[in-house]
Design a protein around this ligand. Sequence first.
Ligand SMILES: Cc1cc2nc3c(=O)[nH]c(=O)nc-3n(C[C@H](O)[C@H](O)[C@H](O)COP(=O)(O)OP(=O)(O)OC[C@H]3O[C@@H](n4cnc5c(N)ncnc54)[C@H](O)[C@@H]3O)c2cc1C
Length: 607
Amino acid sequence: MTESSLLEPHDLPARWRHKRVFTLVDTRFTTSFFLAAWQSWRDDDARCERLHVVAIAPLDALDEAPSNHASPLADELARAWPMRVPGMHRLEFDAGRVVLTLAVGDDAHALISSLWLRADAFRVDMTDADRTDDPRRLCKALARLAGDGALVRIRAREPMHAPLRRALEASGFEVTANAAAPDALSARFAPRWRVRRHEPPLACDTRTREAIVIGAGLAGCAVSSRLAARGWRVTLIDRHALPARDASGNPAGVFHPIVWRDDSVAARLTRAGFLDALHRWRALEAAGHDLHRSDAGLLQIADTPEDADALAAAIARFDYPHGYVQPMTRAEASAMAGIAVARGGWFFPHGGAISPAAVCAAQLAAGAGRIATRMNTEVARIAHDGHVWQTFDAHGNEIASAPVMVLANAHDAARLAGLYGQPTRIVRGQLSVLGASALDALRVPVIGEGYAVPMGARGTLIGATYDIDDSSSEIRDAGHVENMERLEGMLPGLSLTPGEVRQGRVAFRCVTSDRMPMIGQLADESAARRDAHRLSGAWPLDLPRMPGLFGAFAFGSRGLIWATLAAELIASKIEGEPWPIERDLAESIDPARFLLRALRHADFGPA
Ligand SMILES: Cc1cc2nc3c(=O)[nH]c(=O)nc-3n(C[C@H](O)[C@H](O)[C@H](O)COP(=O)(O)OP(=O)(O)OC[C@H]3O[C@@H](n4cnc5c(N)ncnc54)[C@H](O)[C@@H]3O)c2cc1C
């Protein structure tokens, strides 16, 4: 099939011309279709600003990068090909203006249901389907995602046409006659009555692409950079003189996904965050930024021998590739670490340690020209005047205003937004930096009950204490001793002394009660409160939201793997683009989840 014949049924390139975003959904990833769309987009002078292709693919499709398409674009696709793990993978090309999101797994129906986007075109291949397949489920799923006038092209064998036609019509599509293609049906989304409970996502209604981001740590710098990459002008406000001074100012931090006995929400979400962070950091490094990222992997020591065995079995059961995670016996782990370890564990070849401040600096440099920083500036209050969000200092003077605002200021975000029920707490953490010590033999960052990060000439970073609701910034000897004891539990031959501590640092994590971050659009709590009875059985999409007000905070002990994913999710929501993660995952970090629970349990206290 030629390139143009692949795109013709979708009336492309005509339909994407002069649009900000155009979204094509392919229900079974086909390399030739993606490459045809990408090439045609490149060749079109009047192309849309961003082309999204969202495609469903079975896990086996990731076994090998597509190799039978000799072209420079195919080579680029092969170089970006993701690791063979389930979930959603976002690949970006042409400076991020062509985006391929692969939704990978073995249940195609579940994957389509987990997407959240507004589609302009669907390509569906049902040639393998037989009469027992029920097309109604598929057509309903398409209708949930279809934008106005979205075109659908379904390849199917003739006996499927009649049930498909009925299913399409029942879901709000108008089937168009297509004598030229007897093996396919074409349809247009044109519902004559309301066919869905929630409208698919739209861009924030703003005349200008201007945003305020409060907080210049990992969260705020990542959000600023993702918005700047989409052409937004960002005012980034922080009370310190320089970015990355609070929690994001630690000398190094470790990063790795959670791997557990089941593929829980935490396992899936940390996998998505880990892979997204790697992708963004590699792009910054390729542009010449030094992030001080270690490159020898990261070792996790199990808490018990039983955990080590169970995890080894789970890694085999999930068939995780070696590049993602490898089980380690105690002997293997000791050889890997360069120091005897207490138990076996598992190894992340692409995990490691990185400088959070270097990440922040690189993101701001990459967005230079679009990000204006306002340092030494504390926001005392925010308000919405019906059109824009305003920020005020303690004297009531306006600092800046914009139609979109992102609260990326950790524990202070809940105060500024006036969130119900104080959903976040602080957890004090003390780190210790050791000078010359037995830990100099350590070859890779090691984590478990505590962690140790070799930093070359700067010594070894060990940590960290976990002191809930303790707001003291004083560095304590007891904290250093605690850090050493944690480490000695993992690396039993060690004998460290307080005299080896060269330096200490205290910072504060911001956590929620379910230990998941707060990422997304904030709810309009006053409106929800007024409507509490009707909303007692509400879904996240039913809640009234604050126009243009988003949050990226409560990253707990995992800021490094949450920050870039949070930024991409928020930027996608603001621009009305396909979400980069599954809907259930986005709901598990929705900042409105505590409000939703309160509404469900009629536990909505006094104002
Ligand atoms: C001891 C310790 C060890 C850690 N180790 C790791 C690790 O190994 N790996 C990992 O991934 N994570 C680790 N973390 C967690 C990680 O540091 C955080 O999750 C991350 O830095 C949070 O980033 P943030 O941008 O949300 O918050 P912060 O870095 O705290 O930034 C918030 C910013 O908001 C600003 N701000 C707040 N209120 C206002 C206001 N009203 N007006 C203006 N500015 C305001 C602050 O000045 C600050 O710069 C650790 C944390 C601690 C404390």
